[in-house]
Design a protein. Sequence first.
Length: 76
Amino acid sequence: MDPPEDALAMAERHVREGEGRVARQIAIVEQMNGDNRPEAAAAARTLLVTLETTLDLMREHLRIEREARGCMNSEQ
């Protein structure tokens, strides 16, 4: 059994996973635009905005965790 993640590791994982979700959603929007499905693309863009907002919050949480540990770096 793996040891539990600490808050910093969890925040880093959340950002990585969030970035993957955003990238996949961008690809979905592009595909729907290419398939001339404007209504579906509009709905997908709405979800994309939500995912991007959530990712911004995850990045802020990661920044706070790094700052609390004095380990700020350029990967933000």
